[in-house]
Design a protein around this ligand. Structure first.
Ligand code: AMP
Ligand code: GLY
Length: 421
């Protein structure tokens, strides 16, 4: 069958590679893809938020199944649009995507269904914020309600900071919404838990821990993610049961009760405190770079999983995983996440040893006259499968040094929690 894959990041290159390995996949079309996907699929460059143009291409290319990588088209209703136009698609509908698209929606759903999460209030103006500040402790977390490309969350240690950030959001800093959520700061260890979901059931789809901060020792500004590893050792059987029973089931039931069944990947962002899981966020897609460490561990044919989910037959499938662990380190363009250089050639990629345990997923790259050019902040994901995180990280760093891309920056301490000195 022909498969259309929406997106252009490292996550999508990892998805594309797995689809490429499937016996069920014939042609793969990436909208728009990157230099990495262009080696195993056909890239078509169009605006993925222009649903009509996208549909036209999906029809012309005779695509049988569409897989949506990033959140924005999901939150804007791409799945509903494609289903209405009789295109098979793997991903959640617009209503269910509000789990990620609106923090206020997600938090209210938690409150209504007794799902453990940080205490919160939704504010629409400064008066609300000031009133809440009178009776609350610091630090306090300020969250823009709508999509904010990973920039919508600020942890504030002073009331002044809360007020300043709130003012910016009310003025429309994030176009997606002018509301905000104020929430209690939770102290604990973060972990991400993934599921693939259909109308009737769900299946475990890996766990991971990522490193969001730019700098070593988890310092510096938040980024989309500087590296990750899977599985997350903190998630054991006992904790998993709590995550399923206290968080996942009540959420999926709440959506089903509204006849807005969830379908697709579900990313459960957690804070673990005293062996209890608290929901920090939902994402309605795979994580990036978490996807790059989960998919290499997958044994089952991914297209089979997509088809079973689309046809509400996930119950019939047993998803199998390799015993090996996986780690990825993100090579960014200097200056990321603020202003970074673009359109710089990347040489030496052919010097990197690629084999069944060591590979590079592309993110912000494009191919031009056979040359690989960086066009994004996060550029390449150096990834390694193995049994020992320390050795995997050593191999990754060796490869990055071999690339010798002088415009690149990366963290050398990815996995510090699982690589004790
Ligand atoms: P979010 O977009 O909601 O995942 O927030 C981004 C990051 O901010 C999370 O990965 C956490 O590191 C941090 N964060 C969010 N909410 C809280 C909270 N209530 N307490 C502590 N840290 C938080
Ligand atoms: N790595 C965090 C995310 O994908 O949202």
């Amino acid at each position: 069958m022909n498969i259309g894959l929406i997106g252009s990041g490292g996550r999508e290159h990892a998805l594309c590679q797995k689809i490429f390995e499937s016996k069920l996949a014939n042609k793969i079309i990436c909208y728009p893809g990157n230099a990495g996907t262009s080696a195993i699929a056909k890239n078509i460059n169009l605006d993925i938020l222009d649903f009509k143009i996208l549909l036209k291409s999906i029809k012309t290319q005779k695509i049988d199944l569409v897989v949506v990588g990033p959140e924005e088209p999901l939150v804007k209703g791409l799945v509903d649009f494609l289903i209405k136009n009789k295109v098979k698609v793997f991903g959640p509908n617009k209503y269910a995507s509000k789990l990620e698209g609106s923090k206020a929606f997600m938090k209210r759903l938690c409150k209504l269904n007794n799902i453990p999460t940080a205490k919160f209030t939704v504010c629409k103006n400064e008066k609300h914020v000031k009133k809440f500040l009178e009776k609350t402790n610091l630090p306090l977390v300020v969250k823009a309600d709508g999509l904010a490309a990973g920039k919508g969350v600020t942890i504030c240690k002073t009331k002044k900071h809360v007020l300043n950030i709130s003012k910016e959001i009310f003025k429309g800093k994030f176009k997606s919404s002018k509301k905000l959520v104020l929430e209690e700061f939770l102290d604990g260890e973060e972990a991400s838990y993934f599921l693939v979901v259909d109308k009737y059931s769900f299946r475990y789809f890996g766990s991971a821990q990522d490193h969001k901060r730019l700098k070593e020792k988890d310092k510096g500004p938040n980024t989309g993610g500087m590296g990750a590893y899977s599985p997350a050792p903190i998630i054991n059987r006992k904790l998993e049961k709590k995550i399923i029973n206290k968080i996942v089931r009540p959420t999926l039931n709440a959506l089903s009760n509204k006849k807005k069944h969830y379908k697709g990947f579900l990313y459960v962002g957690l804070m673990i405190k005293n062996n209890e899981p608290y929901l920090i966020e939902y994402n309605v897609r795979m994580g990036d770079p978490e996807c790059q460490v989960i998919l290499p561990r997958l044994k089952t044919d991914i297209v089979k999983i997509f088809l079973n989910a689309v046809n509400n037959r996930l119950k019939k499938i047993n998803i199998k995983w390799k015993k090996q662990k996986c780690m990825t380190v993100v090579l960014c363009s200097k200056g990321y996440p603020s202003n970074y250089k673009k359109n710089i050639q990347i040489n030496n990629l052919n010097k990197i040893k690629i084999n069944k345990n060591n590979f590079v997923f592309h993110a912000g790259t494009k191919i031009e006259s056979k040359k690989i050019i960086s066009i994004g902040g996060r550029v390449l994901n150096f990834t390694s499968l193995g049994n020992n995180y320390r050795i995997m990280r050593m191999n990754i760093i060796k490869s990055i040094k071999k690339l010798n891309w002088i415009y690149g920056v990366f963290r050398k301490d990815i996995g510090w929690k699982v690589i004790k000195k």
